[in-house]
Design a protein around this ligand. Structure first.
Ligand SMILES: C[S@@+](CC[C@H](N)C(=O)[O-])C[C@H]1O[C@@H](n2cnc3c(N)ncnc32)[C@H](O)[C@@H]1O
Length: 204
């Protein structure tokens, strides 16, 4: 299959599809972090070419639930959310010339502004000791099946037991310390999820 991985600089999903024998290319405004077929530039330059499968990871900074509360406090931020919604719409509702499409984003306003996702997955269902609810909007694709379950640790929080994974503090915050690259590390697709996409969606 000819596979376009939109908005990916890590190369993880692209390389999973290449390993599975597909003709895959990633595309991002940034360089690819590992060598491989990559278009550096605006995805709209290549989106209208012939692709069998599109997997898109549009920016979530102004869309995710964790940041939306800033929209009422920071001038101009609500406009960036609007632009983010329209960019994501290009992949969720547009791109209809591509028969199989998957769009990935954290829990946020796309569910109400465009439509609810077909599926919400967790890295701990795909071999990673990490929690991060990830929505998938699917067209022409089956929901992704879990491949390897990683159990949580149980911690007492307040007066009850709660489940936490290794990327979480006991209170449920993300453990990664602030850094220039924090957003990149947090947004890179987990390898087990990339492999599941390639083995399951690449097999259809
Ligand atoms: C949330 S990150 C996705 C990271 C991805 N999961 C990965 O593993 O690399 C969103 C990416 O979209 C890219 N991006 C934003 N606007 C774009 C555009 N118009 N065309 C291509 N890439 C774009 C950003 O540079 C950023 O790397």
């Amino acid at each position: 299959m000819k596979v376009l991985i939109a908005c990916e600089s890590s190369g993880r999903v692209r390389d999973a599809f290449l390993r599975a024998g597909h003709d895959a290319m990633s595309c991002d405004l940034l360089d690819t972090e590992v060598p491989g077929p990559h278009y550096k530039g605006d995805v709209r330059d290549v989106l209208n070419q012939q692709w069998d499968l599109l997997i898109a990871h549009p920016p979530c900074t102004y869309l995710s639930s964790s940041g939306l509360h800033w929209n009422t406090r920071r001038p101009g931020r609500a406009q960036l959310t609007e632009e983010g919604v329209e960019f994501a719409r290009l992949f969720i509702e547009g791109s209809t010339h591509i028969p199989k499409r998957a769009v990935e984003n954290p829990v946020g306003c796309l569910s109400t502004r465009i439509r609810p996702p077909e599926q919400i997955i967790q890295p701990w269902q795909y071999g990673a000791d990490a929690s991060k609810a990830t929505c998938l909007w699917l067209h022409g694709l089956q929901p992704l099946k879990p491949t390897a379950w990683v159990p949580p640790r149980l911690v007492i929080y307040g007066d009850k037991y709660v489940m936490r994974w290794d990327n979480q503090t006991d209170s449920g915050q993300n453990k990664l310390p602030p850094s220039d690259d924090r957003w990149k590390e947090r947004s890179a697709t987990y390898p087990g999820i990339a492999d599941a996409m390639a083995s399951q969606w690449g097999a259809h």
